[in-house]
Design a binder for this molecule. Structure first.
Ligand code: NAP
Ligand code: HSE
Length: 439
């Protein structure tokens, strides 16, 4: 056992920070035994000094300024758990690295915007930048991609990356609860971001996907070029229609290599009910990685919540405690930041796949045939077409019908062209709902 403890400073004592403080205190002996040295909490920072946080901070130095904590002489590792892609998180992490401190963060928004810059500074300084908790909460997916799969060539990575959305979609489907009620519960349970729009509009998934894409393909992180749709437009009618035709709706993040570049997209997706990813319910996340040597690897586990996320943060701290000073550290993004390839974006309109389309149409002669012919004009082959009569479930007015189309593989461009024409034809009583199907 080393005589030298590892001194930690934590900025952000909220859901994750408070859980981490309790783990470091409650498991101090276990962590010391496993790391070969004690891990000591030396400083903390948050906005409101008077708030009860459900953890004991009486023996710890309090900082009002995260940047001051980050550069403090009294710490070896700066743990950033405040959130946000700008300051003070950005300034504090940079200050910590410039002051020679290793950094652990759970902040995907920060990494999605500044990850390459921060990785470069860490590498120049010979420091560790760890961020396991930033993607999929308690699931060790960063370590898996950065270390365990080093000799694989990855072709696709996709998954359920937002616990809040999966929790909401699960409860809306299973319990018939409203969107608003489910979101409120997710916030109360500590799953949602400070601004829950990030969760429900798909941006949080996009931030995580951008990090996974960089690790998978050795490219620069590019969160701004992701096609993003959230779950706020999903209705119980969509969920019911999906269920009746053997599908479940999941918010997926997907990154794959195509002939024209890297496709990154986040959207509500129809997955067959029997598919493993369809079984992932509640706050659970799942990440599927397709690679040449391992085939498909699926990791699943808790994607949000204080303890599960703090588990990943403490694992990152332990890796630093076990590292040997003076030895070259592994690059944060798997390859040195300077060697990352520029990100080349594939056009979303070129996306190829099956589609699930729900149309509320006026119940008039010829509508069905007109829709089918618009699809045919775009060369879209239909796997099935279902017309549903008005019933208690659809809630359609008496003069309307619901038509559901499932297509064989086609392109996004063809689908958009066909839907544009169908809208112009004037048969629709409401905008078309279109979902991509993921194999
Ligand atoms: P949170 O509960 O909102 O806590 C944020 C903490 O940061 C609070 O203690 C807050 O202080 C402090 N803070 C915010 N702005 C500050 C400032 N300008 N100066 C000093 N302190 C400041 O957030 P959280 O859920 O723990 O999330 C923390 C990070 O982990 C985020 O990056 C989030 O995306 C990530 N994450 C969260 C989860 C999850 O399940 N919650 C899972 C994975 C990753 P006060 O308490 O005084 O307001
Ligand atoms: N708000 C995020 C989620 C927290 O719901 O998944 C975990 O990153």
């Amino acid at each position: 056992m080393s005589e030298t403890p590892l001194r930690i400073g934590i900025a952000g004592i909220g859901t994750v920070g408070a859980a981490l403080v309790n783990i470091l205190a409650g498991k101090a002996d276990l962590l010391a035994a496993r790391c070969g040295r004690a891990i000591v909490l030396s400083g903390v920072c948050a906005r409101d000094r008077s708030r009860d946080r459900g953890c004991d901070l009486s023996a710890v130095e309090w900082f009002d300024d995260p940047v001051a904590l980050a550069a403090s002489e009294g710490i070896d590792v700066f743990v950033e758990l405040m959130g946000g892609d700008g300051d003070p998180a950005h300034a504090a992490v940079k200050a910590a690295l410039h002051a020679g401190k290793h950094v652990v963060t759970a902040n995907k928004a920060l990494l999605a915007r500044h990850g390459v810059e921060l990785a470069r500074i860490a590498e120049e300084k010979g420091l560790i930048l760890n961020f396991e908790a930033a993607v999929a909460g308690g699931i060790p997916v960063i370590k898996t991609m950065r270390e365990a799969l080093t000799s694989n060539t990855i072709s696709r990575v996709f998954g359920i990356l937002n616990g809040t959305c999966n929790y909401m979609l699960t409860r809306m489907e299973m319990e018939g609860l409203s969107y608003e009620a489910c979101l409120k519960d997710a916030q109360a349970l500590g799953y949602a971001e400070a601004d829950p729009t990030f969760d429900v509009e798909g941006f949080d998934t996009a931030h995580k996907l951008a990090i996974l894409t960089s690790l998978a393909f050795g490219s620069e992180i590019s969160a701004d070029e992701i096609y993003v749709e959230g779950i706020s437009n999903i209705t119980t009618e969509d969920i019911e229609a999906a269920g009746e035709l053997g599908y479940r709706i999941k918010l997926l993040g997907v990154a794959q290599k195509t002939a024209s570049g890297i496709e990154q997209r986040v959207h509500p997706t129809m997955v067959p009910v029997a598919a493993p990813i369809a079984q992932i319910s509640g706050v659970t996340n799942a990440v599927a990685i397709e690679a040449d040597l391992v085939g498909q690897l699926v990791l699943s586990g808790p994607g949000a919540g204080g303890e599960a996320t703090a588990s990943a943060v403490s694992g990152d701290i332990c890796d630093i405690a076990k590292s040997r000073p003076g030895h070259q550290q592994a690059p944060a993004l798997g390859v040195p930041a300077a060697a990352l390839a520029p990100y080349v974006q594939a056009r979303m309109r070129a996306h190829e796949g099956g589609y699930f389309i729900r149309l509320n149409v006026y119940d008039q002669a010829g509508v069905f045939a007109s829709i089918a012919s618009r699809m045919a004009e775009e060369g879209i082959s239909l796997e099935s077409i279902v017309q549903r009569k008005r019933d208690g479930k659809t809630r359609s007015p008496a003069d309307q019908q619901t038509i559901i189309l499932i297509t064989h593989e086609t392109t996004e461009q063809a689908i958009r062209n066909a839907l544009e024409r169908i809208e112009t034809d004037g048969h629709l009583a409401a905008h078309a709902q279109m979902f991509r199907i993921e194999k």
